[in-house]
Design a protein around this ligand. Structure first.
Ligand code: APR
Length: 231
């Protein structure tokens, strides 16, 4: 990789990450080879209708995912972004990932667009957060605990969306890592950044739906490219 960036030229830097960011931590992506949606139908495991129909089936799926993620660790790419955030101001992470890997690598300024595997909601008592495997399916009040995740057919949390849009429309460097750019509204973020005048860079071993939008595309893996680029 030859791209050199003088980061002191930029005040507000956004890392926009997708499932590919965690692939080298052995967390499967959704649509790549061995992707989650090739193995599980999201209509049966990741939407409100499925949860209403068979909550135990949906909760068992998320329990398996939580357990699998807890057996994985952040890789050099996650650590490079965390070290980069600690080294200067004006660094934000806007992630589509629900795996908590950026947090575990030590990043602070994280906006989770699609929620988290490690939070659940009770209709009566609101959101619970637990970074453990969280085996309980029901709240003490007897309600099933719905994963605090944006499933297919859900709208994004309005507050989260507003925060993401304000970060992206005011950034001057936008670095996208490991997203296929097919899920909206997140897929629209690169264009918003570009229209706001940001320099847009994509890191992905393969072309994505939005590659045409980027000033630079680096074809490579997050864990290999990010340490070189940032440190
Ligand atoms: N480094 C960087 N990128 C990678 C790597 C890697 N090591 N391995 C794969 N990729 C890229 C793939 O080429 C692909 O473009 O990561 C992308 C993963 O795409 P998806 O599986 O579609 O994941 P994502 O874009 O995050 O999906 C968006 O869809 O299923 C919903 O809510 C879910 O947040 C998710 C959203």
């Amino acid at each position: 990789m030859s791209l050199k960036i003088n980061f002191s030229n930029y005040e507000n830097i956004v890392f926009f990450t997708g499932a590919g960011m965690s692939a080298e931590s052995n967390i499967p992506t959704y649509r790549g080879s061995g992707g989650i949606w090739h193995k599980y139908k999201f209509e049966e495991y990741a939407c409100q209708v499925a949860f209403d129909r068979d909550p135990e089936k949906v909760l068992e799926f998320h329990k398996i995912r939580r357990k699998a993620v807890l057996e994985c660790t952040p890789h050099n790419g996650h650590h490079a972004i965390a070290k980069f955030e600690r080294s200067r101001g004006g660094v934000s992470i806007v992630t589509q990932n629900i795996d908590g890997m950026h947090q575990r690598a030590g990043n602070i300024n994280i906006t989770e667009l699609h929620g988290s595997l490690f939070r659940v909601r009770c209709l009566n008592h609101g959101t619970h957060e637990d970074l453990g495997a969280f085996t309980e399916f029901k709240c003490s009040c007897g309600q099933y605990l719905r994963p605090d995740i944006t499933w297919f057919g859900d709208s994004l949390d309005q507050g989260v969306m507003e925060k993401a849009l304000s970060l992206i429309s005011s950034c001057d460097l936008f670095i996208s890592v490991g997203t296929s750019g097919v899920v909206w509204p997140a897929a629209g973020f690169p264009e918003i950044a570009k229209k706001a005048g940001a320099k847009c860079i994509e890191i992905n071993p393969e072309p994505s739906e939005m590659s045409y939008l980027y000033a630079e595309t680096i074809q490579g893996k997050a864990g290999e490219i990010l340490p070189d680029l940032l440190l």
